[in-house]
Write a protein that binds this ligand. Structure first.
Ligand SMILES: Nc1nc2c(ncn2[C@@H]2O[C@H](COP(=O)(O)OP(=O)(O)OP(=O)(O)O)[C@@H](O)[C@H]2O)c(=O)[nH]1
Length: 750
């Protein structure tokens, strides 16, 4: 069945391109990388902000410390200036009691004193022992010249006070400007630090006051206060001071190795700089905390993204695999020679064609648009649609696979199809579709019908049928075979046909039979077979070979009929045609054949032969007196007697009625006549003997005419005619005698 439009698959699938499934993962990786980059940028910015914030606080602290230190030191210097003024305005004064009183409760000053030009401590606000300070730097710097500047010394351990102090000193002059000594104020460096220690510095914070001589006047941390430490040449602070009077830098501490942020600045008017430092780790601690949070969140987001990517990858891979499986199933669906249909069930319980393969369209003889979404009764006849509906309903009701063979009328004709209905669930218990898979049995059923017919014919036929396989083992026989051979099917199955061999035919016979089968594919002939009970019977046997589609010989089919009866009948007919039914002697025809053959032989061999024509004398009287049957019996006896007195090689025949003929062969030319006449006499004598029939004696005679070859003729007609003529002459001459033909008898031939 051809459809008008080309048949297209009812489901079309767009293939998923290879590698697409990796895209979500790649996207997730890219997003993760971008996220991390963004977080890094944000964190870097936050770090900058945090550092800037730290530096600002540091600047503030440094300026505060600087201000405090500067105030302290300038206060001390002012006291020194006052003392210097007092000393120089009132030379010789050795008591500065107002200074002593003023400084009585000062926590800044360790000591205020005046050192004479000889270096001896002349006055101090605190009790002191006589001590010479000539060697001290804060004394020495003023001896040679008056700089007019206050000198701030490195921290020294006071010889008088026994305390660490920084010496601020100014030169004292006589009125003439010559060196008169040095006013010195010892400031407690702890004073500079104490306030910050009392307030409490943040861990890791450092404050320092450093002279241009690289010596730290004081260094305060949250834990301790150090005095008099000297910075090494390569110290970062020195490098920074070298570059500018104030600024910021970041470096590991020369003392404890801690990485710090530093702010430094020059103390105005003093050869001192102030530095403040924060432990970078402390400054960045909030940032680090936030950074950890950000990174934790980013890591979690990355993990979520990657997991999502992996999940999508897995899902897409599964989808591709499922797609491939669907495509494979679809290829099978499309290429299947069996019709496949998916019917959708509507809420009303009616079924509509949803999907179908080309084979289904071919079967229905419809175009796709004539089936798609159409109900059953628009595609099938009402009766067929109803039967199909019932089958589908049964499938839905039972939830089980149903099978049914249905003969349906399609536009192309009736088709017998075995349908398998499979319920299809919609993901729940509800059966939304039913798949129908068909197998067209029309041809099979027709073949089965033909086979059944063939079987019936074979079973009914009167001819025996025997089928053997290629190895000539019997596997099928019909009832006629059993009847003909006496064997039951199970007695011959798996046996060789040789069990029917009669032994009549030699190996050559069977060899020719096989040759004919191999070359022509069939053989026909008469065969003698052996019945199960042992008797032989003749068959007309037809053997045909069967071959499969590839030409391989698969079977031999033997069909044979029992022709024993026919053979006997033919033999009888043959006999009747050539022999006399009463006496069983050859009849006229056979005798004439034999004479012809004998003439040919005689001619070849140069021998002679004699032909006798004999008619009984007085036979009619037997018939008349004793009846025809008795006459028959007498004729039989006469025939026996004639035969008995002749040689085996001589031929005797009955021509009909009471006429007989005799053929004598191989006669010597010299003695042929005598031999023949002697034979004629023996015949007559034998016939003359009385015949006892039913207790009655009968006597008949015989008149015999003889013709010789080659003397009297060279053909059967002539010889017969002349022998007959001689026989008539013998009758005429008194009967019961023989007479040879002579030319004188010729006029009688006419
Ligand atoms: N019983 C019997 N008689 C036959 C048969 N055929 C012919 N006859 C009879 O044989 C007889 C032959 O006749 P004839 O030859 O004239 O009788 P015949 O008595 O021998 O006479 P002649 O030949 O003159 O001696 C006839 O009576 C035929 O009816 C036969 O098959 N059986």
């Amino acid at each position: 069945m051809k459809t008008d439009a080309p048949i297209r698959p009812q489901v079309s699938l767009r293939p998923i391109r290879r590698g697409v499934e990796a895209l979500p993962l790649l996207l997730a990786l890219l997003l993760s990388a971008l996220l991390w980059a963004a977080v890094d940028i944000i964190l870097a910015h936050e770090k900058e902000r945090e550092l800037e914030h730290g530096y600002r606080q540091l600047d503030y602290l440094r300026r505060t410390f600087q201000e405090h230190s500067h105030n302290t030191l300038t206060t001390a210097d002012q006291i020194l200036r006052l003392l210097k003024a007092e000393f120089e305005e009132r030379p010789g004064t050795r008591e500065f009691s107002e200074f002593r009183r003023a400084l009585e409760h000062s926590s800044i000053f360790v000591q205020l004193g005046v050192i004479g030009a000889d270096g001896e401590l002349q006055w101090s606000n605190v009790p002191f022992k006589q001590v010479n300070l000539k060697d001290r730097e804060h004394f020495q710097v003023h001896v040679d010249r008056d700089s007019g500047q206050v000198f701030i010394s490195k921290p020294v351990l006071g010889r008088a006070s026994g305390k660490w102090s920084i010496q601020l000193s100014r030169r004292l002059n006589h009125r003439d400007g010559s060196f008169a000594g040095v006013a010195v104020a010892s400031v407690d460096p702890q004073y500079l630090a104490r306030f910050y220690q009392d307030v409490g510095l943040q861990a890791g914070t450092v404050l320092g006051l450093i002279g241009h001589d690289r010596v730290l006047r004081v260094r305060v941390t949250d834990k301790e206060t150090a005095i008099g430490q000297t910075l090494s040449d390569g110290a970062p602070l020195l490098r920074a001071l070298h570059q500018g009077s104030d600024g910021r830098f970041r470096a590991p501490s020369s003392f404890d190795g801690t990485m710090r942020l530093y702010s430094y600045g020059q103390m105005p008017g003093l050869a001192l700089s102030v530095v403040a430092g924060f432990d970078e780790a402390q400054v960045l601690a909030p940032y680090q905390e936030r950074a950890r949070s950000y990174r934790r969140i980013t890591a979690a987001s990355t993990a979520a993204l990657l997991l999502t990517g992996l999940l999508l990858w897995w899902l897409l891979a599964r989808l591709r695999q499922a797609r491939q499986e669907v495509e494979a199933a679809h290829a099978v669906f499309s290429a299947s020679p069996d019709p496949m249909v998916m019917l959708q069930r509507d809420p009303g319980g009616h079924f509509h064609y949803r999907y179908f393969n080309p084979a289904a369209l071919t079967l229905a003889g419809r175009r796709a648009e004539e089936m798609q979404h159409h109900p059953l009764d628009q595609v099938l006849t009402p009766e067929d649609a109803l039967r199909r509906q019932l089958m589908l309903e049964q499938t839905v009701r039972s939830g089980q696979v149903q099978e049914a063979e249905q003969t349906t009328t399609y536009p192309s004709g009736e088709r017998t199809v075995r349908w398998t209905a499979v319920p299809v669930h919609d993901g729940s218990d509800h059966i939304s579709h039913v798949a129908l898979i068909g197998h067209d049995l029309t041809q099979l059923r027709e073949e089965q019908r033909q086979l059944w017919l063939s079987d019936a014919i074979v079973a009914q036929t009167h001819e025996a049928v025997m089928v053997t396989d290629a190895s000539e083992r019997i596997f099928r026989v019909n009832p006629a075979f059993c009847l003909m051979t006496g064997y039951a099917p199970e007695e011959v199955e798996d046996h060789s046909p040789g069990l029917l061999a009669s032994g009549v035919h030699d190996a050559e016979f069977y060899h020719h039979m096989h040759q004919a089968l191999q070359s022509r594919g069939f053989w026909q002939g008469e065969v003698w077979q052996r019945h199960k009970d042992g008797h032989l019977f003749a068959c007309l046997l037809d053997i045909s070979t069967l071959r499969d589609g590839e030409g391989r010989l698969t079977h031999y089919v033997h069909v044979f009929s029992d022709i024993t009866e026919q053979k006997h009948l033919a033999e009888q007919m043959e006999h009747l045609a050539h022999f006399d039914g009463l006496t069983q002697l050859p009849n006229r025809n056979l005798f004439q054949d034999r004479v012809c053959q004998a003439l040919a032989r005689a001619e070849r061999n140069g021998t002679g032969l004699a032909l006798m024509f004999m008619d009984l004398d007085g036979f009619k009287a037997v018939n008349d007196s004793a009846g025809h049957n008795t006459g028959d019996r007498l004729l039989v006896e006469v025939a026996r007697r004639i035969t008995s007195v002749l040689r085996k090689v001589d031929s005797v025949s009955r021509q009909g009625g009471d006429e007989f003929t005799v053929l004598l062969e191989n006669l010597n030319n010299g003695q042929g006549i005598a031999e023949t006449e002697e034979a004629a006499r023996r015949i007559i004598a034998a016939i003359n003997e009385p015949v006892l029939l039913d207790s009655r004696s009968f006597r008949v005679g015989a008149s015999i005419g003889i013709a010789f070859y080659p003397a009297d003729g060279d053909n059967v007609e002539l010889l017969m005619a002349r022998a007959d003529a001689a026989m008539y002459q013998a009758k005429a001459r008194g009967k019961n005698r023989h007479l040879c033909w002579t030319p004188e008898l010729a006029p009688g031939e006419a």
